[in-house]
Design a protein around this ligand. Sequence first.
Ligand SMILES: [Zn+2]
Length: 109
Amino acid sequence: MTDHDKLQKWLMARRDELNTRLGKIKKDASRKNSADWSEQAQERENDEVIDALGNEAVIELGKINRALDRMNEGDYGVCLSCGKDIPVQRLEVMPYADLCVQCAEARGL
Ligand SMILES: [Zn+2]
């Protein structure tokens, strides 16, 4: 198995995990309307937490889908900025990285 196969497997597993989590968040959000008045302030706070978690998952999902697209197109692991190969060690830590360390640092990421 090549490094990219391994990373692709990881990305797909992570994508499934995030989709499951988002599905749960949506289900929780649709259940909230039954509460009486005294519970609604607390519920609003929970909604904000759910929104934050949901947004994070959506953003990560976007990165994962982009990485999987680039794998299909055969340009995965190439820095979008300078065109050099991103070291495997970096991809193992952050499989959806699309910039090499130097370019990411230059952009303050
Ligand atoms: Zn670069």
